[in-house]
Design a protein around this ligand. Sequence first.
Ligand SMILES: [Zn+2]
Length: 122
Amino acid sequence: MYYGWIHGYYARESANRAGASALDAKDAARRAENAMVRLEDAIDRQALIIRTLLSICEQKGVFNEAEFKQLMNDVDLSDGRLDGKFKPQATPRACPSCGKTNGKRAVTCMYCGVPLEDREVL
Ligand SMILES: [Zn+2]
């Protein structure tokens, strides 16, 4: 009995899957590029807002640039590293109801659903 068709079938299936994988990868790359463009736009918008706020504060005599830079350094150092970033280290949180530990960013307990206490604003 001739079973060559099986080889042909699997060869076509394999080629179809490879083609689909290539399309999936291309689609994922396009989505990632679009996300990056949106992120860059959002960062540019944030920079504009911050620059505007700094300008008006300086114009109104709230502070000058040197004072602002000093305060910015102080805030930068408050997370333990002078690196031009502010990345406070959140700690895991214990649930006030069941006592189990939840992730740093949890808003409600992942075990019992009780809302976790609000974090301090500053
Ligand atoms: Zn809980």
